[in-house]
Design a protein around this ligand. Structure first.
Ligand code: DLL
Length: 433
C-alpha cells in the first residue's frame, strides 16, 4: 500500500493546491517586492507591481531570474530576510564563475526537510529503516537534505557522506542498510564493487535507493536495480531552490511529483521565454512560493524537461516532471546537431554496457569531432581485435541512428575511466579551450 509523509497535501485536490498556490504566491511577491531590491527593480523595469499578481494565472507577468542574476547579486543581493534570521548557507560546485550561495531560515530548512521526507516515504521508508546517506555533506545540498528528511521519517540515519567505497559497503552489510541515497553514478559504482566482492543482489540488504543530482537514463535504472536488488527512485532538486526534494518519484517510477505546495513549475521556450503547454519539452522554470531567505521567482533552471498532469496511480496529485533530458548548457551542438549526453548513454546501456563512458568533443579542420570512450564490462573484456572492432562498429551504428551523426567509438578496459563519488564528469569539450 502506498504511504505518504503528508497525505493531506500530497493527495490534495487540484482546487486545494491552486488555492494554496494563489495565496502563497501573492504573499511571496509582496515579500520579495518589500525585501529584495534587486528583484523589485526587475519588476519595475517590466512594469509589474504586486497588485498585478492576483493568482497563479498572472505568474507569467513576472520577470525571470537566471544564473547571471545570481552572479550579479552575489553574495547577499537576493537575500530576503535580515541576516540574523538566516541560519545556514549551502552552495553549488559552480562549474563557471562564482558559486551559487543559497541562504536558509530555520523554517526554510524545515520545509526543505519535509520535501526530502516525502521522497523517502515514497520510496517505502519508515522508522524501521536504516538510511545511509552517501551524498556529500558540507556545502553540497545532497547530504544535509536527505539527512534531515531521514531524521523526519525516523529512519536510523547513517551519515557516511560520499567516498571511501569499502567503508560504505562495510556499513551497508554490518548495519543492514535498507535505503541508500547517493548519485546514480556512485550507486552503479557501489554495485560494481559489490559484484567484484562476490556479493549478489540477495546478499545485499538494501531494498531502495534514492538517486539524483545528475541526469541518468531509464536503462541505467534497470542496471542498478538488478545489481543491487533494489527499487531505484529518482529525486531532483537544485541548490537555488533549497536542494534535493523539489520533486521525487513514487512507486510508479514514471516521473517525479513536484512538491507543488512549495514550487510552481513552468516549461518555457528557452529562446523566447514563452510558456509552453504541458507535455512539451522545454526549459524548466520554478517559482519558490514559501522560501523566505532566498526567494527564487521564475528561476530558469536550464534543465530540459516536460510536465505531465495525468492521474498517477500512487494517489499523489502533484504534477509530474519527466527525468530531465539534460541541461540546455550541457547540450552539445556537434556539427549543428543537438546532442545530449543522456542520448549517448541510452545507446550504450541498450548494447549491454554500463554507464562508464566519456564523451570527448573536438574540432579538426573546422569540423566537430565526437569521440566516445566506453568501458567494456568484465564479462565482455577481450583482446581479440576483430571482436572489439565489431563491437565498436555496432555502437557507431547505434549512435548514428540515435543522434543522426557519426561518432568515433573506442572501447577501453574495465575500470579504466575514473569513477566519481559525486556527480560524474561525462563530457570533455576541447573546443572551448
Ligand atoms: O544536485 C541537488 C540534489 C542533491 C538533487 C541530491 C538530488 C539529489 P545542484 O548541485 O545545485 O543541486 O545541481 C542542480 O543538478 O539543475 C540538474 O541539472 C541536476 N539534477 C539534479 N537532480 C537531477 C535528477 C543538486 N534527478 C542540477 N535528474 C539541476 C537529472 C538532476 N538532473
Amino acid at each position: 500500500m502506498e504511504r505518504y509523509y503528508q497525505p493531506e497535501i500530497e493527495c490534495a485536490s487540484r482546487d486545494e493546491i491552486v488555492a494554496i498556490q494563489n495565496k502563497k504566491l501573492t504573499e511571496q511577491v509582496k515579500h520579495v517586492w518589500d525585501n529584495v531590491p534587486y528583484y523589485r527593480k526587475k519588476m519595475e523595469e517590466k512594469g509589474v507591481s504586486p497588485e498585478d499578481i492576483r493568482s497563479i494565472d498572472d505568474l507569467h507577468k513576472l520577470p525571470f531570474l537566471s544564473k547571471a542574476d545570481l552572479r550579479d547579486a552575489y553574495p547577499y543581493g537576493l537575500v530576503g530576510v535580515p541576516l540574523k534570521d538566516c541560519v545556514r548557507i549551502q552552495s553549488t560546485s559552480g562549474t563557471t564563475g562564482k558559486r551559487v550561495v543559497a541562504f536558509y531560515t530555520r523554517e526554510d530548512i524545515d520545509l526543505w526537510e519535509d520535501c526530502c521526507a516525502r521522497a523517502i516515504v515514497a520510496a517505502g521508508g519508515t522508522d524501521e529503516d536504516v538510511c545511509q546517506v552517501s551524498y556529500g555533506y558540507g556545502l553540497f545540498t545532497g547530504g544535509p537534505g536527505l539527512n534531515g528528511g531521514s531524521h523526519k521519517v525516523g529512519c536510523l540515519t547513517v551519515p557516511t557522506s560520499s567516498g571511501n567505497t569499502e567503508r560504505q559497503i562495510m556499513f551497508i552489510r554490518d548495519l543492514s542498510t535498507t535505503i541508500l541515497c547517493c548519485t546514480p553514478s556512485y550507486a552503479a559504482y557501489l554495485g560494481e564493487s559489490m559484484k567484484e566482492m562476490g556479493l549478489g543482489p540477495d546478499e545485499i540488504p538494501l531494498k531502495a535507493g534514492i538517486f539524483g543530482a545528475e541526469a541518468w537514463s531509464e536503462e541505467m535504472r534497470q542496471d542498478i536495480q538488478k545489481t543491487l536488488g533494489i527499487k531505484a527512485y529518482d529525486i531532483y532538486g537544485l541548490t537555488e531552490l533549497s536542494g534535493p526534494g523539489v520533486s521525487f518519484e513514487c512507486s510508479e517510477q514514471t516521473g517525479m511529483h513536484v512538491n507543488e505546495d512549495h514550487f510552481i513549475p513552468e516549461i518555457i521556450n528557452p529562446d523566447t521565454g514563452e510558456v509552453l503547454p504541458d507535455g512539451t519539452w522545454g526549459e524548466l522554470v520554478f517559482t519558490a512560493i514559501d522560501k523566505k531567505a532566498f526567494p527564487m521567482m521564475r528561476y530558469r533552471t536550464r534543465d530540459i524537461c516536460r510536465l505531465s498532469r495525468e492521474k498517477c496511480a500512487c494517489g499523489r496529485t502533484h504534477v509530474k516532471m519527466e527525468k530531465p533530458r539534460g541541461r540546455s548548457d550541457d547540450m552539445l551542438i556537434i556539427r549543428g546537431v543537438n546532442v545530449f549526453p543522456s542520448q549517448i548513454e541510452t545507446v550504450l546501456l541498450e548494447h549491454g554496457y554500463q554507464a562508464n563512458y566519456q564523451i570527448i568533443v573536438g574540432r579538426v579542420n573546422n569540423t566537430d569531432t565526437l569521440d566516445v570512450h566506453v568501458e567494456m564490462t568484465p564479462e565482455m573484456f577481450t583482446d581479440n581485435v576483430a571482436e572489439i572492432t565489431n563491437r565498436q562498429n555496432e555502437l557507431v551504428a547505434g549512435l548514428k541512428s540515435m543522434l543522426g551523426i557519426k561518432a568515433k567509438v573506442t572501447l577501453v578496459a574495465p575500470k579504466s575511466i575514473t569513477r566519481s563519488e559525486g556527480k560524474a564528469v561525462r563530457v570533455i569539450d576541447n573546443r572551448k579551450i
